[in-house]
Design a protein around this ligand. Structure first.
Ligand code: SAM
Length: 282
């Protein structure tokens, strides 16, 4: 079993990989390929430029031998409501691994659920946003991307809602792996069907959707003065209007927002960003 991220991989592995790749691929493209890989536990995921289609197996083997990893996958796409990844196995065995990040263990099955390395800063930030015993609702918890740091480091009580049974089952395993069973309350449910008899101090909305029903649902579940962490994708040209778009939805519930924090998390596609906007509902 392999843990950790690429930043901790020994230099000699990187050196070996570069030398092997260079035997068939131009130095410029070797740089590109080496920049594009990510490591999740024992699995390496690599993006391969189209012109190297016929070298896929070679590239997979270079990573496999240099990193002595479990599996090398070719990066595909993530789609649908459940954000299911479509990755192709190049070499090795299995899509299941345990990834350790910021002291937290995430069991992942990359044939069934996604894990975005690019959201690492956001997962680390979530470890520090709450106060002990805050009551938080993670409306789209997945396998526990944000739930686990909130519960482990923030010592919050987290209601983790997840609709996809595959993600939910991994969430249950991750709660146990991280000994967080008292703090995380997982429910396999569509968050729209959750009707709590309490109001949350904080709500995490880690799912991309322009359908305002999710934000309206969050507003029904948040305390006055509570904080919403709102994620979405947005085209650069629409960015200046994001706040007013959200204000318009909030006004339907007779509420206002007070901005706390805004950040581009990562590039999503050309001209489109994954953003997070934290605001207080008043
Ligand atoms: C994009 S993933 C979360 C990604 C995560 N924030 C990260 O950092 O990688 C969103 C999750 O929301 C779940 N989901 C989608 N619609 C839902 C709904 N209506 N209720 C609950 N969970 C839902 C999906 O199954 C998926 O696991």
């Amino acid at each position: 079993m392999y843990f950790g991220s690429k930043y901790f991989v020994e230099d000699k592995r990187i050196k070996k990989l570069r030398e092997q790749l260079k035997t068939k691929i131009s130095s410029e493209d070797v740089q590109k390929i080496m920049k594009s890989y990510e490591q999740l536990g024992g699995i390496i995921i690599v993006s391969i430029p189209n012109e190297y289609e016929k070298f896929k197996e070679f590239i997979g083997n270079c990573f496999f031998e240099s990193f002595e990893c479990q599996t090398v996958l070719e990066k595909g796409f993530v789609s649908g409501e459940f954000r299911i990844p479509y990755y192709k196995r190049l070499v090795g065995d299995g899509f299941i691994t345990i990834h350790k990040e910021n002291g937290i263990y995430y069991k992942i099955d990359l044939s069934k659920v996604m894990f975005s390395s690019g959201n690492i800063a956001e997962r680390i930030r979530m470890a520090h946003v709450s106060s002990p015993n805050e009551v938080i609702i993670d409306m789209f918890s997945g396998i526990g991307y944000f739930t686990l740091p909130l519960a482990k480091y923030g010592k919050a009580i987290v209601w983790s809602l997840e609709k996809n049974p595959n993600s939910y089952n991994l969430l249950l395993e991750n709660i146990n792996l991280n000994s967080l069973s008292g703090r995380v309350l997982p429910i396999n449910i569509d968050c729209l069907d959750f009707n709590p008899n309490f109001k949350a101090d904080r709500i995490i909305m880690g799912y991309f959707s322009d359908d305002e029903k999710f934000l309206l649902k969050a507003l029904d579940m948040i305390k006055d003065g509570g904080v919403i962490h709102y994620h979405n994708t947005i085209a650069e040209k629409l960015e200046p209007h994001l706040k007013e778009t959200i204000e318009r939805v909030i006004a339907k519930k007779g509420k206002k927002l007070e901005s706390i924090y805004y950040r581009k998390v990562k590039k999503y596609s050309p001209g489109v960003w994954h953003i997070v906007f934290d605001f207080k509902v008043i």
